[in-house]
Design a protein around this ligand. Structure first.
Ligand code: PMP
Length: 294
């Protein structure tokens, strides 16, 4: 992820990545009490463009608010600094990882102070380009009454790591997690969509991370006249679907071949997912939505 020349942004300054360190008594290190984002920049015909930078930094702020971590930062400035960070590292296509982490504090109380670090590296599609074989995890997503599920909190990712490891140990590419009531929730790092009889379905908000890619796919469905349904769906509904895909900033749009070894009948090339995958790629490379909102 970094070498001796890598530059990162750390509390208002650009620093050499190998020359900055963090405190071993930090509250985030001990309790997972911190928040982060995953953002992508693309090389477009009009230069390097960060896709939906504002939306990502707003979610970072919201995540902080939800778990009572201060956010003493300006979103415009963070966006500007992120562009500078990419330029300093000579990156165009890159994955960007901002994290807000807390000062030393061994108590289970509010943070003593916060730090921001933003780093970036060149990263291909997180789940690869091949169709995925997924399976329903024995782990369920954390209950929204136990944590703030809509916040992108460091500690929440233990659940994602357990589910991913379980899937890989069982020979699958990726996991699918249900919520604690047995409804389909999401992947360890991506949101799920499935297709049935020419319409698209996705789990409603409430038990999932409100994905920025998910929101983009919903916008693209409107543009393309694809009927989208949001609701609570049981695994048997997904197993009877024609096709399915995952989407997320790191994963982008990636087709799913099978669930628990059962293949989806519709070929990926004929699916709405494929159509949306193309539309998504065109959008991030042209970045129309982002320039409108930024
Ligand atoms: N769900 C989870 C649990 C995730 O970690 C991610 C990745 N941030 C997503 C969904 C997709 O979110 P986004 O499209 O904003 O990257």
């Amino acid at each position: 992820y970094y070498n001796e020349n890598t530059i990162l942004y750390y509390n208002g300054k650009f620093k050499n990545a190998s020359k900055v360190s963090t405190d071993l008594y930090g509250q985030t290190l001990h309790y997972g009490y911190g928040v982060f984002e995953g953002i992508r920049a693309y090389k477009t015909s009009s230069g390097t463009k960060i896709f939906k930078a504002r939306e990502h930094y707003e979610r970072l702020k919201k995540s902080c608010e939800l778990i009572q971590i201060p956010f003493p930062y300006d979103i415009e400035e963070l966006t500007q600094k992120t562009y500078e960070l990419l330029a300093l590292n000579h990156f165009s296509d890159a994955y960007i990882r901002p994290i807000i982490y807390c000062d030393p504090n061994m108590s289970l109380t509010k943070p003593n102070g916060v730090n921001i670090m933003i780093c970036a590296w060149e990263w291909g599609a997180y789940l690869g380009d091949n169709l995925l074989n997924i399976f329903i995890s024995s782990y369920c997503r954390p209950h929204p009454k136990s944590i703030k599920i809509e916040a992108k909190v460091c500690g929440h990712y233990i659940n994602s790591i357990l589910a991913t490891s379980e899937a890989k140990n069982n020979g699958y590419d990726e996991a699918l997690l249900l919520d604690s009531d047995g409804f389909i929730a999401e992947g360890p790092g991506a949101n799920l969509f499935f297709e049935k009889d020419g319409e698209l379905y996705t789990p409603q908000l409430g038990n999932i991370l409100p994905g920025i890619t998910r929101a983009t796919i919903i916008e693209l469905c409107q543009d393309l006249g694809i009927k989208l349904n949001q609701g609570l769906y049981k695994p048997h509904t997904l197993k009877n679907a024609d096709a399915a895909f995952y989407c997320g900033t790191a994963a982008e749009v990636v087709g799913i071949k099978s669930i628990n070894k059962q293949n989806f009948p519709l070929e990926w090339k004929d699916s709405l997912g494929k159509k949306l995958q193309t539309a998504y790629k065109n959008l991030v490379l042209k970045n129309e939505l982002s320039t409108q909102t930024n």
